[in-house]
Write a protein that binds this ligand. Structure first.
Ligand code: FHN
Length: 414
């Protein structure tokens, strides 16, 4: 099977995941009972019967939803694509589906099509539109998967034919070119069923990528477990879907917000190992974005505006042979970027095989002194004198222009 990884994706590195649905209205609580799990699973975890859950649609009227604002948010954060939940496991479609009237245009007072609005905004800001679709789990459809509960007696094929496949076709036909179709939790889908979905998607849009969660390794790249970052550079293309707090859908009780520093470290770590970072926001049932998410995106955006060169278009580089806890490396042709997260006066590096040509701080091009020395133990070393950190500079990026295309490290001396 030919894998198809778009340049926009492999070079773009950073995307915005948007989890939004009827669960956003519940915000982690139903009839005075809080959910212990991720908020978008509330229907499942609190055993809310479909007929009762469906009534939420009549309350869905997010006056503050503004696709233009969200896409601009992604753009200003330095992201290159958005992935929006067209239908999550709850089964409710966040677009005008002719296949099922259980959608936000027909079943809710909202009456608008968020995907059509995202399409317009993405075109305006040059952001790639991608859609999430829960292909196996559908807790509203009597024949959809439900995490092993009540699966007996279901006719999964009938759900595939009557809802899943027709909706996938609608999404790939009605909203222009999509960059990526983000399938999720394949559950018990057979190789034949996953292959069938792949064929349908590629027939409709040959260049549309497919996430690793199609199942049976049929995706165009590997999707890691949620919030899991590979420890070492991974040989193939991969993406880490990640939360800003502990949930995907909005939960008013979840205050476990990751700091901008933690998010930036994750971004740099993932990119240094060759991957993409798909960072999530969970708008409220009203369409607002939690202020803590806005703060993170804004600080990451400040970093990207000045240091984007050390992220976009970089390639995974060999593992530096020493255990350092103060930073990470990224690189591209003729350049090594050193990401420094700690307060330090000197960056001291051993055994870099390339000849350094020039060193400067990336954010303002401030020239830096780099001395090459052979240590008394016989190792080659670089000593880079660091300037005081600029205000609010969480990650001070030093660019070293090097001889040769890619950086290489000498083996640790015997
Ligand atoms: O069950 C979903 C979950 O709700 C969320 O959408 C994440 C995002 O990667 N995917 C599944 C769990 O891995």
């Amino acid at each position: 099977m030919e894998k198809n990884v778009g340049k926009w994706w492999s070079e773009g590195k950073f995307g915005l995941f948007i989890h939004w649905g009827l669960y956003s209205l519940l915000a982690g609580e139903y009839k005075n009972q809080k959910t212990e799990n991720i908020a978008e699973w509330i229907m499942h975890d609190l055993h809310i019967p479909s007929k009762e859950y469906e009534k939420l649609a009549t309350q869905f009227n997010p006056a503050h939803f503004d696709a233009d604002y969200i896409v601009k948010l992604a753009k200003d954060a330095g992201m290159k694509y958005i992935v929006f939940t067209s239908k999550h496991h709850e089964g409710f479609a966040l677009y005008h589906s002719k296949v099922s009237s259980y959608n936000c245009v027909e079943a809710s007072p909202f009456g608008r099509d968020p995907i059509a609005e995202f399409r317009q905004a993405c075109d305006k800001y040059g952001i790639v539109l991608c859609l999430y679709y829960s292909q196996a789990q559908d807790w509203d459809d009597p024949d959809g998967c439900e995490d092993g509960i009540g699966e007996e007696g279901k006719n999964f094929r009938s759900y595939l034919d009557a809802k899943c496949i027709p909706q996938i076709k609608e999404l790939l036909t009605n909203y222009g070119d999509l960059g990526l179709f983000w399938l999720d939790t394949p559950m018990y889908m057979t190789l034949q069923e996953s292959t069938e979905l792949r064929t349908i998607i590629k027939e409709l849009q040959p260049h549309c990528m497919i996430s690793g969660r199609i199942g049976h390794s049929l995706g165009d790249y590997m999707t890691t477990g949620d919030n899991f970052i590979p420890l070492l550079p991974y040989p193939g293309a991969f993406e880490v879907p990640a939360t800003i707090n502990s949930t995907w859908g909005y939960n008013k009780y979840d205050e476990n917000w990751k700091s901008p520093e933690k998010i930036l470290r994750s971004l740099v770590k993932i990119v240094s190992r060759g991957g993409n970072y798909l960072l999530n926001i969970g708008p409220t049932g009203d369409g607002d974005i939690p202020p803590e998410s806005l703060q993170v995106l804004s600080e990451v955006g400040d970093f990207m505006a000045l240091n984007g060169d050390s992220i976009y278009g970089t390639k995974p580089i060999p593992v530096y042979p020493y255990d350092i806890d103060w930073g990470y490396f990224t690189g591209k042709s003729g350049k090594l970027y050193i990401h420094i997260f700690e307060e330090m006066e000197i960056a001291y590096l051993l055994n870099i095989a390339n000849k350094p040509l020039k060193a400067y701080r990336l954010s303002d091009k401030l020239p830096l002194s780099l001395k090459e020395r052979t240590t008394c133990e016989g190792d080659s070393s670089w000593l880079i004198k660091l300037p005081p950190r600029r205000e609010k500079e969480i990650d001070q990026v030093i660019c070293i222009e090097i001889e040769g295309d890619t950086v290489s490290f000498e083996p640790i001396r015997d």
